[in-house]
Design a protein around this ligand. Structure first.
Ligand SMILES: C[S@@+](CC[C@H](N)C(=O)[O-])C[C@H]1O[C@@H](n2cnc3c(N)ncnc32)[C@H](O)[C@@H]1O
Length: 195
């Protein structure tokens, strides 16, 4: 589901970019089990900061970064640094139906995206399908109580989950959470590995 105006303002600003580069990125990096993830997919890439982090902090040689909103992809392409042009490809695409073959990627990244899906279980199924065996899924997500309280944003009901539900659904799709930090009922940030 596309962002409303308020969410666009929250996401497309220097503070969000700073936090993603200097807090979330490094935290996920410390949770990662490998030094490098050569081929990566990012779902819901927004303005493209995540893709840059994946190259610089996770050693990706190639990142396919997707978003359902062509407007966000346009911004991401416009701001892509010339030195990263051969490593990052931005595409408009739906994370609930990823147009990629099974077991292609070393890692999949979701910076605050799964809770925007009309069907979050479908998205996790797709994430697992495109991950290689032993591939890793890096996520940063808000949980149901926070989403319900934060009424300025427009989130679909199908994107709401609690932590245990999320963990269980990943497990059902062959992904075990190997490292996670929970911020009360607000959100989670962590990594899972496909068996
Ligand atoms: C909260 S923003 C996060 C953007 C960026 N990852 C960040 O951390 O700044 C969520 C993004 O997910 C995208 N999105 C929502 N539903 C999607 C879907 N079904 N498939 C792909 N992207 C989606 C939105 O367009 C939006 O750019």
């Amino acid at each position: 589901m596309k962002l409303n105006l308020i969410e666009r303002l929250i996401v497309n600003n220097p503070l969000r970019a700073f936090s993603q580069k200097h807090l979330e990125g490094p935290l996920l990096r410390r949770m990662a089990s490998r030094k490098e993830y050569p081929l990566c997919l990012e779902i819901g890439c927004g303005r493209g900061i995540g893709a840059e982090i994946i190259v610089k902090q996770f050693g990706a040689q190639k990142v396919i970064a997707t978003d359902i909103d062509p407007y966000m992809i346009e911004i991401a392409k416009k701001h892509l640094r010339p030195e990263l042009r051969d490593k990052i490809e931005f595409r408009t695409a739906d994370a609930m139906a990823i147009d990629e073959p099974d077991e292609k990627f070393d890692a999949v990244f979701s910076f605050g995206v799964i809770h925007h899906m009309e069907d979050w279980r479908k998205a996790l199924k797709e994430v697992s399908r495109v991950l290689k065996s032993k591939g890793e899924f890096f996520f940063e997500e808000f949980l149901r109580p926070f989403i319900r309280a934060f009424t300025l944003a427009s989130h679909p009901r199908g994107g709401e989950f609690g932590f245990e539900e999320f963990r269980e659904e990943l497990k059902n799709n062959g992904i075990d959470i190997i490292n996670v930090r929970r911020f009360g009922n607000i959100g989670i940030i962590g990594v899972g590995r496909k068996g």
